[in-house]
Design a protein around this ligand. Structure first.
Ligand code: KIV
Ligand code: NA
Length: 274
């Protein structure tokens, strides 16, 4: 826990070398990305990626806390941000503070993230004024899939001004950074130029102040579907299936375990000391 960036450090990176981030849900994956990421997000995508839920709506505070604790154990250098799950903050600032404080106290997260722009500005201001750094998330906000009517690009044509207004509202409310999900490239660039806090793109633009991806997507571990904005840097899902198939074949052929995997019946004689 030495020299880990704080939300103010992330904010100060506006316009500089792009911020690098990924989601994480487990200790070993957090360890893999710790040295390479500025911050790691315990995303509510955990519900779809690790728990097989059809959307993020069924994710609970308890799930977020359990995964947040696991990720925090794997981090020494990167900051940890944790998502507020659906239903844990939308009622108003007091509910949001109660649940954000619990997420931070029980996991050690340095900040929370919540979805929404103008509608969440008062809540963001309330949390920040009381010691809780907030990362905002606008554009496509998956917790609102039922009112948005699907996971389509947000902010094309005339809709762009509403996304711009959301960006300005969360920045003015005191968010230290904002995720822009699935917004057109030109709009993402205009927002990035317009607001004083870092924009973190996912399906947005290489011109954003940082990027984030869902780790299981970029590793090819989550293959139920692939969004256009996902780049697969590995094929771990395919590799895992090939490994399981090889294991099954060797077990059925009695080729596994091999001699080097089993124990002798006689205790080996130890070599004498020097
Ligand atoms: O839950 C999540 O993974 C996210 C990122 C995609 C930004 O919110
Ligand atoms: Na999320």
């Amino acid at each position: 826990a030495k020299n880990r960036p704080l939300p103010v450090d992330i904010r100060a990176r506006k316009g500089g070398v792009p911020l690098v981030s990924l989601t994480a849900y487990t200790t070993p994956m957090a360890q893999v990305m710790d040295a390479h990421c500025d911050f790691v997000l315990v995303g509510d995508s955990v519900g779809m990626v690790l728990h097989g839920l059809p959307s993020t709506l069924g994710v609970t505070m308890e799930m977020m806390i359990l995964h947040g604790q696991a990720v925090e154990r794997g981090l020494e250098r990167a900051m940890m941000v944790i998502d507020m799950p659906f239903g844990s903050y939308e009622e108003g600032p007091a509910q949001a503070f109660r649940n954000a404080a619990r997420l931070m106290a029980e996991t050690g997260a340095g900040a929370v993230k919540l979805e929404g722009g103008q509608a969440m500005a008062d809540t963001i201001g309330f949390l920040v004024a009381r010691g809780i750094p907030v990362m905002a998330h606008i554009g496509l906000t998956p917790q609102s899939v039922n009112t948005l009517g699907g996971y389509r690009v947000q902010g094309r044509d005339a809709e762009g001004e509403a996304v711009m207004a959301d960006a300005r509202a969360v920045a003015e409310a005191g968010a230290f950074a904002v995720v822009l999900e699935k917004v057109p490239q030109g709009l993402a660039d205009r927002i990035t130029a317009d607001i004083p806090i870092p924009t973190i793109g996912i399906g947005a633009s290489a011109g954003c102040d940082g990027q984030i991806l869902v780790v299981d997507d970029m590793l090819g571990l989550f293959t139920a579907f692939k969004a256009k904005f996902v780049k697969r840097y590995a094929t771990l899902g395919e590799d895992a299936e090939a490994a399981v198939a090889a294991y099954a074949e060797e077990v059925r052929a009695r080729d596994f375990p091999a001699p080097e995997h089993v124990f002798a019946d006689t205790t080996p004689v130890k070599a004498p000391n020097t």
